[in-house]
Design a protein around this ligand. Structure first.
Ligand code: ATP
Length: 199
């Protein structure tokens, strides 16, 4: 799987539709301070499902929508599409190319699409969870995160290693299953109470 392109429009400083094609090998993005380099990385994290507004340097999610400039009105929608070459079928989908789109409107409505088909945010996070590319993954290392790893407590570092090793998915599944089990046990207790009352 390879990152092929990123299309950004109405997201942060990218008012106009901007497409970045990634070639094989290494890509460097250079530009003066404040020209939008970090916004590109944030667009990648956002389209892959980032829900933490703070880590997108905002106070509410709609802050990612182009807020206007001296000579331009604010926009009503942010849209980002990321496209992967999936000819090796690394992503478990029958497509040689997979594109993921996220849209956010100023009224708070969102749209998520996989290959132009409407889907839920959960479908995107589930698709990405095993790839090492999920929103919390270490494929995106932001400024300050290296120090954060060095300064982490042992148990925090363990959770980082578990994440990289792909254990996190099973921990989440275990947590969900344990909750369901507890709920079912509660129901069973109630049924047993009713049976006891009837006897
Ligand atoms: P540096 O090299 O200093 O880290 P950078 O190239 O990474 O800078 P960014 O931090 O990506 O730059 O971009 C910051 C710019 O994006 C600022 O000028 C800011 O005003 C603009 N910006 C952020 N959010 C929005 C928004 N919602 N609408 C319009 N512009 C925005």
């Amino acid at each position: 799987m390879q990152l092929k392109s990123l299309e950004i429009s109405g997201f942060k400083s990218f008012a106009d539709k901007t497409k970045i094609d990634f070639q094989a090998g290494m890509t460097g993005i250079v530009g003066p301070n404040g020209s939008g380099k970090s916004n590109i990385i944030e667009a990648i994290r956002w389209v892959l499902g980032e829900q933490a507004v703070k880590s997108l340097r905002g106070t509410k999610m709609t802050d990612v929508i182009f807020a206007g400039s001296a000579n331009r009105k604010p926009l009503n929608m942010a849209k980002v599409t990321i496209t992967f070459d999936n000819s090796d079928h690394f992503l478990p989908l029958d497509y040689a190319e997979v594109s993921i789109t996220r849209k956010l409107f100023r009224n708070g409505d969102s749209d998520y699409l996989i290959n132009n088909q409407s889907c839920r945010l959960k479908d995107i996070t589930n698709l990405m969870i095993d790839t090492g590319l999920g929103k919390d993954s270490f494929s995106v290392i932001s400024q300050g995160r290296v120090e954060a790893v060095f300064n982490a407590k042992p148990e925090e570092r363990r959770s980082i290693i578990e994440d990289v090793a792909g254990v996190l998915k099973y921990k989440k599944d275990k947590f969900t299953t344990e909750n369901k089990l507890a709920e079912t046990t509660d129901y069973l207790d109630r049924v047993n109470d009713i049976i006891a009352e009837l006897n």
